[in-house]
Design a protein around this ligand. Structure first.
Ligand SMILES: [Fe+2]
Ligand SMILES: [Fe+2]
Length: 341
């Protein structure tokens, strides 16, 4: 095992940390000032039509226009609520790591974790305020979120797995939010909630990605475990976005077909439209998994895990990218370089 006591941060990571810390000091999201909180609620779409779960399925024609709009409201509200729960958990857990001193040999990392936690606390307040604004009440807490940090409580160990699970959620959720709000027709407030969040979240994601790159050798079993747990986790998060029975029941669809969940859920999960959205969400993440060997084409067992969870083609696409990539190509997946304004 690599000795953590002898570990020195690479200059690439040190430069990134300096940049991240400066950016967080310069501008931070304000609960009061950064969103158009006076926007009227009536008739607002909170995500774009093409991304509501039933789009591109026969259920779309069975729904009224108002029911489709309400679906956009509650699907977005369910994500916002998931963010609130998750961001509360992550700030609690990261502050615990900071206070325990596990990372005190790396003061710039600790400084960034302070920014990170403060930013997540404000994000959760913004999402809560947005839910109140649109009169959306809380949803049940997703079970997979509850367990993320509970198995990671051993503070004596290096918390790489918790950091990894955190970026998986942040990255997927961000790519999903950017897909959903990328449209001029949606509520200006809903779009601002997503875009303002993304500015800080992009930094969280780059930090997390580089923490893994930097410390992957410190935790000997990390790679093997990541090869096993990543595909099922990504699958369950993607499917969670469109298969919430609570969301469908809140819309209160008039047509009886919407109460037959046994048919409805597989139809929305497997629609061509959803598969295309999922592939766009997952593509940059797959390239990262290939880079780190979390998706390893030489390892048949590992490839089976990806295929079984429906990511066979996404893995092939990521591998194709690396075949064509030259040494001078820049990192196309650096989320900090993307402008969504
Ligand atoms: Fe956040
Ligand atoms: Fe975050």
């Amino acid at each position: 095992m690599y000795d953590l006591k002898k570990k020195k941060l690479s200059s690439k990571f040190s430069i990134l940390l300096e940049k991240l810390n400066k950016a967080s000091e310069k501008k931070q999201m304000s609960l009061l000032l950064d969103h158009p909180w006076d926007e009227p609620v009536e008739g607002a779409w909170l995500k774009k039509r093409e991304n509501i779960a039933i789009y591109g399925t026969p259920y779309y024609d069975l729904a009224s226009e108002e029911e489709r709009r309400l679906l956009s409201v509650y699907e977005t509200g369910a994500w916002w609520y998931t963010f609130i729960v998750f961001e509360n958990l992550v700030s609690e857990y990261y502050m615990k790591i900071v206070n325990h001193g596990t990372l005190k040999r790396f003061p710039d990392v600790v400084t960034y974790m302070h920014h990170f936690c403060k930013e997540e606390i404000v994000h959760a307040m913004v999402f809560r305020k947005a839910m109140t604004h649109f009169k959306i009440t809380p949803f049940p807490i997703p079970l997979n979120l509850r367990e993320i940090y509970s198995h990671n409580a051993a503070m004596s160990e290096f918390p790489l797995k918790a950091i990894y699970l955190t970026i998986l959620i942040e990255w997927l959720a961000e790519n999903n939010a950017m897909e959903d709000c990328n449209d001029k027709g949606i509520s200006v407030l809903s779009r601002a909630v997503a875009v303002e969040h993304h500015k800080e979240e992009a930094r969280h994601i780059e930090w997390g990605k580089n923490m893994i790159r930097e410390f992957i050798d410190v935790v000997p079993d990390f790679l093997q475990e990541a090869q096993q747990i990543t595909a099922p986790m990504i699958r369950s998060m993607l499917d969670m976005a469109v298969s919430s029975v609570v969301v469908y029941s809140r819309v209160g669809f008039e047509n009886k077909a919407f109460r037959n969940y046994k048919d409805l859920i597989p139809t929305v999960l497997n629609s061509d439209n959803r598969k295309k959205i999922n592939s766009r969400i997952v593509a940059p993440m797959m390239r990262y998994f290939v880079e780190l060997g979390i998706c390893d084409p030489q390892n048949t067992e590992n490839m089976k895990v990806w295929e079984e969870h429906g990511f066979g083609q996404d893995a092939i696409d990521a591998l194709e990218y690396f075949k064509k990539k030259t040494a001078t190509d820049t990192d196309i997946d650096n989320v900090m370089n993307k402008n969504y304004n």
